[in-house]
Design a protein around this ligand. Structure first.
Ligand code: FAD
Length: 412
């Protein structure tokens, strides 16, 4: 019997690899291994709707076990791979057993960055990656509400802000401590940061910018307050850290696969080992100009998963589409398309105050990214404009009278 194609990591990307293998008509055995005790589930709701009103776990599932089995994919949950023996084409599992593979896909996701200060490991200091993390934060919010205690969120990025919104929805006081001078500053222009800040302040969130967290104080092992380097104390019944993630590339790097801030892959999700592909948050994609691109998004996990499955079967289906991402905060949908790094001009279209506007980022006159707040049609068009590299001037982007659909419409 042939050895299976094994996929390590039963998350968004791993499931996509396995399902795409079937879509590409692969008939041989597929084994999907996941360390978590659950079938693959959606993480985005964990900081959004689910955190506001925790519901049934089944509603989070991307696919149930039965549906996976019907595709003749063998899913084993609660299984952690501890090493890859590339010479013998074998995986070592933490329970001491070994599994042979014909080819391998790595979809091991990412791990949370921990707060590197004294008290960072106290009870009540939580990060958010898994269902269990979200359940612990939800319980912490309940407890804060019952005891009239505030929450401190460390990090004013997407996850931190979504947690802040969920806390306000549950009537818990929130202060966000952000190390930089504005919100989401690594990915959005000041105009978008300002709109987000206004939105959160209007819901009662407090902000401290350029905050340096010096340490956390506890009572009986549970966090009680956050101290900043300027001597201030922020009482907290719960501290949620949203300070980023690192690619989970430890298996790959220990096995000698090329890694740098993630498993290095090309546009077809191929690693430095011809028998091994990788997809999702664990990857860093080498681009044509030699730079490495790390994306942490559902789109990246799905599209790279499809490319990875094709590569395993000797096909070439590169993933090079413009990246996109979304975030829900209160009743505002933030949608980002493209990569704004290095932009030199931003113009806006729409109503900044509502907010219902889009920010168009240009680099040397070329459109490189669009952020939309409650402007879903703009976002959908932006993805097309960016994918087709359509020429659009800043003046056209800013002019509500200009039909943004016209440059991408196929002539009749
Ligand atoms: P994961 O979904 O993390 O799956 C990796 C799996 O591999 C995990 O289950 C892990 O346990 C397993 N694994 C790791 N090592 C091993 C091992 N050695 N053996 C066996 N199994 C292993 N993206 C968006 O586009 N929009 C959003 O609004 C959004 N919101 C988010 C909110 C939250 C709270 C989080 C956490 C993420 C959010 N994301 C969002 C990001 C998105 O969910 C991720 O990019 C996506 O889940 C990545 O999929 P993945 O398969 O690469 O990784």
């Amino acid at each position: 019997m042939t050895d299976p194609i094994i996929v390590v990591g039963a998350g968004q990307a791993g499931l996509q690899v396995a399902e795409s293998l079937r879509q590409e008509k692969h008939e041989g055995p597929i084994l999907l291994l996941g360390a978590e005790p659950h079938p693959p589930y959606n993480r985005p709701p964990l900081s959004k709707k689910w955190l506001q009103e925790p519901g049934e776990f089944n509603a989070l599932l991307i696919r149930g076990s039965d549906a996976i089995a019907r595709k003749n994919i063998e899913l084993r949950t609660g299984v952690t791979v501890s090493a890859i023996d590339r010479a013998a084409r074998r995986l070592h599992l933490v329970d001491g057993s070994k599994l042979a593979y014909s080819k391998l896909a790595l979809a091991t996701g990412a791990r949370l960055r921990r707060l590197p200060v004294l008290g960072g490991d106290l009870a009540g200091v939580l990060g958010l990656r898994s269902l269990e993390d979200a359940a612990a934060i939800a319980a912490g919010l309940d407890s804060c509400r019952a005891r009239g205690l505030p929450v401190v969120v460390i990090g004013g990025g997407f996850i931190g802000l979504e947690v802040a919104a969920a806390a306000r929805k549950r009537d818990v006081a929130v202060t966000v401590l952000e190390g930089l001078p504005r919100l989401m500053s690594r990915v959005v222009a000041p105009i978008v940061s300002q709109a987000a800040e206004r939105l959160h302040r209007s819901h009662g969130v407090g902000f401290v910018f350029e905050a340096r967290v010096a340490g956390l104080a506890g009572d009986g092992g549970h966090v009680r307050a956050v101290h900043t380097a300027d001597g201030r104390e922020f009482p907290a019944g719960l501290v949620v850290t949203g300070i980023g993630i690192d690619a989970e590339d430890s298996l790959a790097s220990a096995a000698g696969i090329a890694c740098e801030r993630g498993i290095i892959v090309d546009d077809c999700a191929r690693t430095s080992d011809p028998l091994i592909v990788a997809a999702g948050d664990c990857c860093a994609r080498r681009r044509a100009d030699g730079s490495l691109l790390r994306l942490e998004s559902v789109q990246n996990a799905s599209e790279q998963g499809k490319a990875a499955a094709a590569s395993l079967l000797g096909l070439e289906k590169p993933f090079t589409a413009a990246p996109w991402f979304w975030s829900d905060q209160y009743d505002v949908k933030f949608q980002m398309a493209g990569l704004s790094a290095g932009y030199d001009q931003v113009v806006t279209r729409g109503d900044l105050d509502k907010p219902a506007f889009s920010a168009y980022y240009f680099k040397a006159g070329k459109l490189v990214a669009v952020d939309s707040l409650n402007r879903i049609p703009d976002h959908m068009l932006a993805r097309k404009l960016l994918d087709k590299a359509v020429a659009l001037s800043p003046g056209q982007a800013a002019d509500e009278g200009f039909d943004l659909g016209s440059p991408v419409r196929v002539p009749a």
